[in-house]
Design a protein around this ligand. Structure first.
Ligand SMILES: [Fe+2]
Length: 197
């Protein structure tokens, strides 16, 4: 599910906008200087696709974005549940909590979802924009935008990341607990299922 769920900063139960329409999402995020795009793969990816295969499948779009954003580094990050690994729950928890608190970056945060999903929470003005991205979604968040990211309790996604600098992913964490007051990705998914079944 691709979803934009906008809430009041001081009351997560006040929903200012809820849409699954990609065009509406583009329009709602444009005033924040946040770009949202949908990309099509040039060819379907096999289940065991390597990072090279992933980048090849989106070569044209990746090259276009690198020029537009002056991105010098592009990589592929992949997280998949591995129930055969007894340490997977701890690994998943560690990965999830890393960016679950509000932070900013010194450069733009740009992610394209090849598989799976994750939720970016953009805290702009007096609103929090929860953007659930799924396969085919690109989100481009300008530097300095306060945000956090929830990959859910069972992280499963493959994403292409774009960087201007090698340490572009480092977060400047803000001293607050705002993230804990807002619905998690798991909760947004459950809500979505409840309303669409
Ligand atoms: Fe971030």
């Amino acid at each position: 599910m691709t979803l934009l769920h906008v809430m009041a900063e001081d009351d997560p139960t006040t929903v200012l906008l809820h849409t699954e329409d990609p065009d509406e999402i583009v329009q709602a995020l444009a005033p924040l200087n946040v770009r949202f795009e949908r990309w099509e793969a040039e060819e379907p990816l096999p289940d065991d696709a390597s990072s090279e295969d992933v980048l090849k499948a989106y070569r044209e779009e990746v090259d276009r974005l690198c020029v537009q954003g002056d991105f010098r580094l592009v990589d592929v990050v992949r997280l998949k549940p591995d129930d055969s690994d007894p340490e997977w729950p701890q690994k998943a928890h560690a990965a999830r909590t890393k960016f679950l608190e509000e932070h900013t970056h010194d450069e733009d945060e740009v992610r394209f979802f090849v598989e799976g999903s994750g939720c970016f929470y953009l805290h702009v003005g007096s609103s929090v924009y929860a953007v659930v991205c799924e396969a085919g979604d690109l989100l481009w968040v300008p530097q300095g935008t306060a945000h956090w990211f929830d990959m859910g309790t069972r992280p499963e996604f493959t994403a292409i990341r774009f960087f201007q600098e090698e340490d572009g992913w480092i977060g400047n964490f803000l001293p607050n607990s705002i993230a804990s007051r807002f619905p998690t990705l798991d909760e947004l998914r459950a809500d979505h299922l409840a309303h669409n079944s």
